[in-house]
Design a protein around this ligand. Structure first.
Ligand code: NAD
Length: 538
């Protein structure tokens, strides 16, 4: 570990903290502004002149191995983003050892010194915003606004968790007084946290989990998603530049089933912060619980998939219906439906069904499909495996339901994984496409006649992540608030686009351990409360 980094930290000034009370969520960039367009074009030039480089593993120093992970642009698979190491078990062991050593120092660091590092990281990220957007557009196929929102979310996590950490530190919980004793209640970090993110929010999600772990005094092994190692490398680089010492954060790209699995079972790991699919989340939950040779129970945060529904009530106001249609469109097809919060089941009241569907299909037929770098609304899905899985669900839909639009590969000038926006109707509650997470641009539409039935349909899946209701009926809105069982319910707005500190995010049922990222309780998952009692009258 580089001790000089700790010395550098200790010379930082404290007064930066007063900025916290001006905390605001990061505004999104306006890409109608020619100035922003030019800056992004310059960033693309810079990024494209730096493609296809090789990056090491970072633990106490740099390591290279024989096996590689190659990250490619899903919208133009001829373009290689970068070459990364596929870590070995030996290096995973090394990372655990180094992270455990580093914990002894980092966990003792003054809270303000730790927080300063992340506030500094927020400011560095603001300055590099266009470069990070350009890398993300190329590595995972987000359009400009989606990539910008991801970067803005990352900045928000840095500042929101900084504010929260100070608040936890400065506002100890009150205990009941007890005669003859002084009693304290405070929080300790846990140890080494393994961060296992998905690829779909390739900056915001790994950053949110990593920063929460570090700011509370834990050390981190970051195992990036195989499809987005570049964005995790950029996250590592950002935090190192901001002042997180090497070894406190460790960058360990590798295969989930091998190196991820090994770390989850490792006896010297204290916590796993995971976001990804239900299948992998459940496996991690089980593996973390059942492994011998350790001295503690491992804590697991597992934020998983969704099968999210929007209910549109019997509405007669034309402009409100248009608003609902556009909200449905972005919820279902924003980032090709590859958000855990994405809409995949549309539940429409029978009285508005025909009119709503006419409007929706007309809007879908106008969606522009193509290269995210050219800022088309709908880009590629992430990789061949995802493409095949989505097409498999589309084939099932074609067999059992009625295809209204889309349903095939979109032929395009570049080699990539493009799928047309797809809609099925005549879908029954228990049909496969109404039950399983497809994670692509596929929407299943159902009809209802009374609101109780709509809620029943909405709740009839094993997931419970997001949901939305468009209604002008106060009674139905209240019913949804009470009975629509999901972690994030939105009334009269889209079901995607949660904002840090505004819409704490996390699901019920098999959508997660409900740790609510970007919420007031989140950091407590990374801490152990300790109770100390001193007798003063004896
Ligand atoms: P995934 O589950 O395939 O992979 C997630 C991570 O787990 C990757 O880093 C992978 O390498 C690792 N992994 C795979 N097998 C492992 C194992 N056996 N042990 C340890 N680690 C292992 O998910 P994905 O395809 O990257 O992401 C898409 C999924 O994530 C979707 O289901 C989506 O709904 C979900 N998601 C959920 C949220 C949320 O907040 N609830 C947010 C984003 C994405």
């Amino acid at each position: 570990m580089k001790t000089q980094n700790f010395n550098k930290l200790n010379h930082m000034n404290y007064p930066i903290i007063h900025n916290l009370w001006e905390y605001k969520t990061e505004p999104f960039l306006d890409f109608k502004d020619p100035n922003n367009i030019n800056k992004l074009k310059e960033a693309f030039e810079l990024v494209e002149s730096n493609l296809n480089k090789e990056y090491p593993i970072f633990i106490d120093k740099e390591y290279y191995v024989d096996k590689k992970i190659v990250s490619v642009n899903p919208g133009n698979t001829d373009q290689v983003i970068g070459v990364f190491q596929d870590s070995s078990i030996e290096l995973a062991d090394k990372a655990v050892q180094v992270a455990n050593e580093s914990f002894k120092v980092w966990s003792k660091l003054n809270v303000y010194d730790r927080v300063n590092v992340f506030l500094r990281a927020a400011n560095i990220l603001r300055k590099r915003r266009f470069d990070y957007i350009a890398w993300m557009v190329l590595e995972v196929g987000k359009n400009w606004a989606e990539a910008d929102a991801d970067v803005a979310e990352a900045i928000d996590y840095l500042e929101y968790y900084s504010k929260l950490m100070i608040s936890i530190h400065e506002n100890p919980k009150e205990l009941l007084p007890f005669p003859g004793e002084v009693n304290y209640y405070y929080y300790l970090p846990l140890g080494v946290v393994v961060v296992i993110p998905p690829w779909n929010f390739p900056l915001a999600i790994p950053l949110g989990m990593t920063v929460a772990a570090l700011i509370t005094g834990n050390t981190v092994i970051l195992k990036p998603a195989e499809d987005a190692p570049m964005m995790s490398y950029l996250l590592y680089d950002l935090l190192i530049e901001a002042g997180v010492p090497q070894g406190v954060i460790n960058y360990l790209p590798g295969t989930g089933e091998i190196v991820g699995d090994y770390l989850v079972k490792h006896p010297d790991i204290h916590m796993i912060a995971f976001t990804g699919s239900k299948e992998v989340g459940l496996l991690i939950h089980k593996n973390a619980a059942n492994y011998p040779g350790r001295s503690h129970l491992k804590r697991v945060i597992a934020e998983m998939g969704g099968k999210n529904a929007i209910i549109v009530d019997d509405i007669d106001d034309e402009s409100f219906m248009d608003y609902a249609v556009s909200s449905v469109l972005v919820s279902a097809y924003g980032f090709q439906g590859q958000k855990c919060s994405a809409l995949s089941r549309l539940i429409l009241h029978k009285n508005i069904y025909d009119k709503f569907m006419d409007k929706l299909l007309s809007a879908i037929s106008k969606i522009e499909i193509g290269l995210p770098k050219e800022n088309k609304f709908l880009g590629p899905v992430i990789n061949e495996q995802a493409f095949n899985k989505i097409m498999h669900y589309i084939e099932i839909g074609k067999k059992h339901n009625k295809l209204l639009i889309g349903g095939k590969r979109y032929e395009y000038k570049y080699p990539g994984y493009y799928i047309e926006p797809t809609v099925f109707e005549d879908v029954k509650v228990n049909d496969i496409i109404a039950q399983e997470e497809i994670f692509g641009p596929v929407l299943a539409v159902m009809k209802y006649s009374d609101f109780d039935e709509a809620i029943k349909i909405a709740n009839s899946v094993e997931y419970g992540l997001t949901g939305a209701v468009f209604s002008q009926n106060r009674f139905n809105i209240n019913k949804a608030k009470q009975e629509f069982y999901c972690g994030n319910l939105y009334i009269n707005r889209k079901c995607t686009g949660a904002i840090v500190g505004v819409h704490p995010f996390g699901g019920f049922k098999f959508s997660g351990t409900n740790s609510k990222a970007g919420g007031p309780d989140y950091l407590l998952f990374f801490l152990n409360p300790k109770s100390v009692s001193e007798k003063i009258d004896f």
